[in-house]
Design a protein around this ligand. Structure first.
Ligand code: S3P
Length: 170
């Protein structure tokens, strides 16, 4: 059992397209820990995120995301947790991140764009994915950085190398 105040889970944060789900899955395999992804958890409960946004709006999405993320972050079992890109907008979520080892996957818009497809499954990118990605990144970058213990540039190496970098800092 981890001691009070010791990092419990490893939590991956960062912008859309930064590889939080891919790196999280690889890291979890390496550490033989469970991997949970807040977007997958959301979809399992509520169906596609784009549909939820259309039906209920962003504010309702954020409220439900905060609730589901709290379940993941407060679970006692040490795991690897990948969070949706907007999770850090919640001050309550940022507070819940504190006992964990938090890793920001950083990247540029040029790196992100080819990984976002046409953006249709990501309601925050509607209309002009490049412009919307850059806007949301600018607004959230300080929140990612202030929440992170480690900042990784995804341009630096393969998924397995990024996993190595994280494991080396445990
Ligand atoms: C969002 C990011 C998405 C998903 C939702 C909203 C955001 O997660 O939670 O579409 O506001 O940045 P990814 O970061 O996994 O794309």
């Amino acid at each position: 059992e981890p001691h009070q105040g010791e990092p419990r889970s490893i939590v991956l944060i960062g912008p859309m397209g930064s590889g939080k789900s891919t790196v999280g899955a690889a890291l979890a395999r390496r550490l033989a820990r469970p991997h949970v992804d807040s977007d997958h958890f959301f979809v399992a409960r509520h169906g596609p995120i784009a549909d939820f946004f259309r039906g209920h709006g962003e504010q309702a999405f954020r409220a439900e995301e905060e609730r589901l993320v709290a379940e993941l972050l407060d679970a006692p079992r040490p795991s690897v947790i990948s969070l949706g890109g907007g999770s850090v907008l919640s001050a309550a979520t940022r507070e819940r991140l504190r006992p964990h080892l938090v890793v920001m996957l950083d990247l540029t818009v040029e790196q992100a764009l080819p990984r976002l497809g046409d953006g249709s499954s990501r309601p925050m990118l509607g209309g002009d994915p490049a412009a919307r990605w850059a806007e949301t990144y600018a607004a959230r970058e300080p929140l990612y950085r202030q929440s992170a213990d480690i900042v990784l540039d995804p341009a630096d190496g393969t998924i397995e190398q990024r996993v190595d970098t994280i494991v080396a800092q445990l």
